[in-house]
Design a protein around this ligand. Structure first.
Ligand SMILES: CC(C)(COP(=O)(O)OP(=O)(O)OC[C@H]1O[C@@H](n2cnc3c(N)ncnc32)[C@H](O)[C@@H]1OP(=O)(O)O)[C@@H](O)C(=O)NCCC(=O)NCCS
Length: 153
């Protein structure tokens, strides 16, 4: 298993992975155009040429980034793949000098295992809500907001 930055040739598999969960209402659907446009945000876990999981680190502001679109193939769950993606992204955030990372999720317990703590969504700055306009649930969000502060040195 290898964790690495995504490439354009990964997009088709990433699209299937994310939209499979989106159909079940577990995450926002993402069109291919968005995956291509934001490919530099994405990290994937690959095994034998197949994508088993993907997730993105999206920079929001000078001190803030979001972990989004995190998905691991159902049949590979609970094998540490989600952790690999998040830890790789946190390492990247550190190297970019970003001290705070947040996420909006239906899986708060997973993020808590990785050191994130729950925070009130209402306290997050307004710029955080840009992507939410595209959510079918907007403005009645039932996701949980969590954040982690990372030591930069
Ligand atoms: C949530 C998700 C990303 C977790 O990925 P994963 O590869 O199964 O997680 P890992 O194996 O790396 O788990 C890391 C830790 O979190 C725990 N964990 C994983 N999923 C969990 C869950 N749903 N509830 C509670 N704990 C969970 C694991 O037991 C593990 O604990 P440990 O450190 O004690 O061993 C994956 O199940 C998924 O893709 N879900 C559907 C999409 C989704 O909800 N994405 C959420 C972000 S928007």
């Amino acid at each position: 298993m290898q964790v690495r930055k995504a490439r354009l040739t990964d997009v088709e598999e990433m699209h299937q992975l994310v939209n499979n969960y989106a159909e079940k209402g577990l995450m926002l659907s993402r069109p291919r155009s968005m995956l291509y446009e934001y490919i530099r945000d994405f990290v994937v876990v690959e095994k034998d040429g197949k994508i088993l999981g993907a997730g993105a680190l999206h920079i929001m502001w000078e001190d803030l980034a979001e972990i989004r679109a995190l998905a691991v193939k159902e049949e590979y769950a609970k094998q540490g793949i989600g952790r690999m993606i998040v830890e790789f992204s946190l390492q990247e955030a550190k190297s970019l000098g970003i001290p705070k990372i947040f996420t909006l999720t239906y899986r708060p317990e997973f993020f808590k295992r990785l050191g994130f703590v729950e925070v009130a969504k209402e306290n997050m700055p307004q710029k955080v809500w840009r992507e939410c306009i595209n959510c079918p649930k907007f403005p009645n969000c039932d996701e949980v907001c969590l954040e982690i502060n990372i030591k930069l040195n």
